[in-house]
Ligand binder design. Structure first.
Ligand SMILES: [Zn+2]
Length: 527
């Protein structure tokens, strides 16, 4: 591939150094919002805290959904659908659970509107619900009610169900994809005859999430267990995958909960054992949400916009015709159509290669930048001279925006799958290095404090501090209070090959109180 310098795209006096302002280093939080906007992924809605997911953003979610759905089905799960509304009394059945979710529940109190005094509509006082309904913040309790009737005997177990749905958690401070009052997700719910089986299921799904994050999102994750203070309300154990974003904060990207018999007792899920005794089932739940799209952006996007790993990109390549007058238009169009057909016949990661053709009548430079910002992996330009030469100009989103290379048509068609696979691997390797470089064992409190204290409000600082913790909730709480740093997980895997991996298992004094502790935990600031 021969590199060729691209001609400047903007007028010289306003040539942007980067397509996104501010840059990551200038203002990370604002950069994130600008990337979401520039890539046309989502926007705020008239309903505060709720987002409108636009086609390019929704197509990414659909790709996430499709792959996860395949993985869930391959591990024996079936999809079902349960009501959006949960009777308030259901939520009250599990004490810790209700306490965990009560403060962010949307509640339906009436079932009819009538004309009010000043012409508007008001809830009809005559139509007050006998029992208020909660818009599901999660579905353990309503699914538990169904499970109670579906499960009678050990022969009905295991019961392996997944639901794709929306949930509502009334958040006051929201951010597109990362934290919204309503979000899309999947929630798996399973019931088993023994604790061992339920624990094995919990770990299996954690592993499915980790595989998905690393192989599809190209996002390295640590697998671990949550502390008691951070676990899901009502769970016995919560396991998670934690990723590091480019601002070095942690993002909890998926959770898998071993619920013991807590929810089975609350919902009355019992079964007859082989020796004809009646026992409560053991249950699990696990979920990932549209938050993954936020994680994808914050792992790979750069100062020119979104960068998409090919496995989840809605389109792998965009074909950009460059017309030089009407007499060449027909020739360029015919060449592009034939090229698109050949590219689409290639298979990548179990999908056909997906190609868009952008024939819109707008300036070539503007068009090019639009696709850079949307993060499409390959931009392929074809002008009259390329048609003559049987070539195309190819630019990769993981390289500089000015870098492009001429490829023969045959090389491009035969090589596109290899290029995309190379990009997928490269994005993972880059993110992995970034994470490993910004995680480190820390053994003294002054170093710990300095690690998590920015020199100024613009500095990107911190990372994963791998430190000892005695297990006392008071030590955990004091660090959260002092530095807004939480224990992300007690690591179980995902660090293989990292320079600090062996340090995770050594013993030492608690970073807070000095009492001796076994192994290290991961401390970080988090989304
Ligand atoms: Zn301690």
């Amino acid at each position: 591939m021969k590199a060729r310098e691209e001609t400047p795209v903007a007028k010289p006096d306003q040539a942007p150094k980067t397509a996104i302002t501010p840059t990551r280093s200038a203002d990370y939080a604002e950069w994130y919002q600008q990337v979401v906007r520039a890539a046309d992924l989502a926007e705020n809605s008239p309903v505060r805290g709720c987002m409108v997911i636009k086609p390019w953003g929704y197509a990414i979610w659909e790709n996430i959904q499709r792959e996860l759905d395949r993985m869930f089905k391959a591990t024996g799960h079936k999809n079902a659908y349960f009501p959006l509304f949960i009777p308030k009394s259901f939520l009250e059945k599990e004490a810790e659970h209700v306490e965990g979710f009560a403060k962010e529940c949307a509640v339906v109190t009436h079932h009819r509107l009538v004309a009010g005094k000043d012409g508007g509509l008001v809830p009809d006082p005559e139509a007050k619900l006998e029992e208020e309904l909660v818009v599901r913040p999660t579905s353990e309790t309503i699914i538990g009610a169904s499970f109670a009737s579906w499960v009678q005997s050990y022969r009905d177990l295991p019961l392996l169900i997944n639901q794709w749905a929306n949930v509502v958690r009334w958040e006051l401070r929201t951010r597109l994809f990362l934290r919204t009052a309503e979000f899309l997700w999947q929630e798996g719910h399973t019931a088993h005859a023994s604790a061992d089986e339920a624990v094995a299921e919990t770990m299996q799904m954690l592993s499915v999430y980790a595989t998905f994050a690393e192989e599809f999102m190209a996002m390295p994750v640590l697998r671990g267990k949550k502390t008691d203070g951070e676990r899901f309300p009502g769970a016995v154990d919560t396991f998670c995958i934690e990723a590091m974003m480019q601002d070095r904060k942690a993002l909890q990207a998926g959770t898998s909960h071993f619920l013991g018999q807590n929810f089975a007792k609350a919902s009355g899920i019992t079964f007859q054992t082989k020796d004809e005794k009646r026992e409560h089932a053991w249950t699990t739940s696990w979920g990932v949400s549209t938050r993954l799209v936020g994680g994808l952006i914050m792992t790979h996007a750069d100062d020119d916009g979104l960068v998409l790993p090919p496995r989840l990109a809605p389109a792998h390549a965009v074909l950009l015709p460059v017309y030089r007058g009407d007499d060449t238009r027909e020739k360029v169009d015919a060449y592009i159509d034939a090229l698109a057909k050949d590219l689409r016949a290639q298979r990548l990661f179990g999908r056909d290669v997906e190609v868009e053709i952008d024939r819109r009548d707008i300036r070539g430079g503007d068009k090019m930048w639009e696709w850079v910002k949307k993060g499409v992996p390959l931009r392929i330009e074809v002008g009259p001279r390329d048609v003559e030469g049987g070539v195309a100009m190819v630019a990769r989103r993981d390289r500089g925006t000015k870098e492009k290379a001429s490829m023969t048509r045959a090389d491009l068609v035969g090589g596109i799958v290899g290029i995309l696979e190379d990009m997928q691997k490269g994005l993972y390797a880059k993110a992995r290095k970034e994470r490993d470089d910004n995680a480190r064992p820390i053994d003294t409190r002054p170093e710990f404090d300095a690690f998590f204290t920015a020199k100024n409000d613009k500095e990107i600082h911190g990372g994963f501090a791998l430190s000892h913790w005695c297990g006392d909730a008071k030590c955990e709480a004091s660090v959260k209070e002092a530095l807004k740093v939480t224990i992300r997980c007690i690591p179980l895997g995902g660090a293989e090959g990292a320079p600090w991996e062996s340090k995770l298992r050594d013993d030492g004094p608690c970073i807070v109180c000095g009492k001796s502790a076994k192994g290290r935990v991961v401390f970080a600031k988090a989304y």
